[in-house]
Write a protein that binds this ligand. Structure first.
Ligand SMILES: [Zn+2]
Length: 341
């Protein structure tokens, strides 16, 4: 994803012209009290099964072990096949959405979105999304000789997918009236690299998988969508991203409130940041209320929010992945989904 102000402005214009401004229709969040576990009686709270961080960590490690997952390469194909089998093994119904999209080089990039559903017939549904490709370039690496080499993407890509897989694993205990659609977007992170000159349509060189998905005007069956991006690094800080607040502010506040209640307020902070280009933007464009849980930290002056120092560098490998961060995100999300309003 990208937080360049120029490209954000372009996408904003497109979205406003496209009439994306709408309100979510989620019922107002009622703060729940004390858990009477495992009952569906009105007003009671269901506790999610334990979100296992060791298992989540292993899912991230496995993705990274394939090597960089660049659309079109053999690692990517093998990892995609593994992801599909994994979701099927957790009783998900899996569909693939395959196509190709124009890329920044004037060619096309193949897209293979993977959609895995739990309780396909449930009418109360949520979308949980992440991107499963990894960036073909380490274009922000301090070593310029490595700018054109693909990165591991342990945090940028694999961490979000790892959390989704772990949620799928524990979904056997999900209440029957709640459905989850896991969407693994492809080709999110092949956007125009830092070394190339800026152009007018650069925003559209990112998020090719979600753009393909949005083009097909998905039926609005979900209450809202939650995108996870860079959710595994040590010291992660999730602030309230601007487009998420516009599109699904109630859901953002509910999730951040759940995090605080569960003891993860250190990770889920309350600053509102500028909007960024990420897959949620194109979901919003398709009239789906969507929010992004993404690691953005105040810079050294404390005035702007930036992605972590490993962003789009070769330091984005397993050494940055932190189990306590995964626990904060996974437990908060499980709690939110299991108690979906
Ligand atoms: Zn990225």
């Amino acid at each position: 994803m990208k937080n360049n102000k120029k490209v954000i402005a372009i996408v904003l214009v497109v979205l406003v012209v496209g009439g994306f401004l709408f309100k979510t229709f989620e019922p107002f969040f009622k703060k729940s009290k004390g858990a009477e576990n495992n009952t569906t009686e009105s007003g009671a709270i269901l506790e999610p099964a334990d979100f296992m961080t060791d298992s989540c960590y292993a899912f991230i490690q496995k993705q990274v072990s394939f090597g960089p997952r660049v659309p079109g390469n053999a690692n990517h194909a093998a990892c995609g096949n593994w992801l599909i089998e994994k979701f099927k093994s957790y009783n998900c119904t899996v569909k693939e959405q395959v196509g190709s999209m124009p890329n920044w080089e004037g060619g096309t990039t193949p897209v293979r979105n993977i959609i895995a559903s739990v309780h396909s017939d449930a009418t109360k549904r949520i979308v949980l999304a992440a991107h499963w490709d990894s960036r073909p370039y380490g274009d922000k690496d301090p070593d310029a000789t490595k700018h054109k080499q693909p990165i591991d993407g342990a945090n940028d890509g694999a961490s979000g997918v790892g959390v989704l897989l772990e949620l799928a694993r524990i979904s056997k205990d999900l209440p029957a009236d709640i459905g989850i659609d896991f969407i693994l977007f492809d080709s999110e992170d092949g956007g125009k690299p830092e070394w190339a000159p800026d152009g007018e349509n650069d925003a559209f060189s990112w998020c090719l998988g979600s753009q393909l998905w949005a083009k097909q005007k998905p039926q609005r069956t979900m209450r809202y969508a939650v995108l996870l991006d860079m959710v595994g690094a040590e010291g992660a800080r999730f602030n309230k991203e601007g487009y998420s607040m516009q599109s699904a502010g109630n859901a953002v506040n509910r999730i951040w409130g759940n995090a605080a209640k569960l003891g993860y307020g250190e990770y889920f902070q309350n600053e509102e940041t500028a909007g960024i280009i990420d897959d949620h933007v194109f979901m919003i464009q398709a009239n789906v209320p969507a929010l992004d849980i993404v690691d953005m930290r105040p810079n050294y002056m404390g005035t702007n929010f930036e992605f972590g120092s490993s962003h789009h560098t070769h330091a984005d490998n397993m050494s940055v992945i932190s189990k306590p961060t995964l626990k904060a995100v996974g437990h908060t999300l499980a709690y939110t989904v299991w108690n979906l309003k």
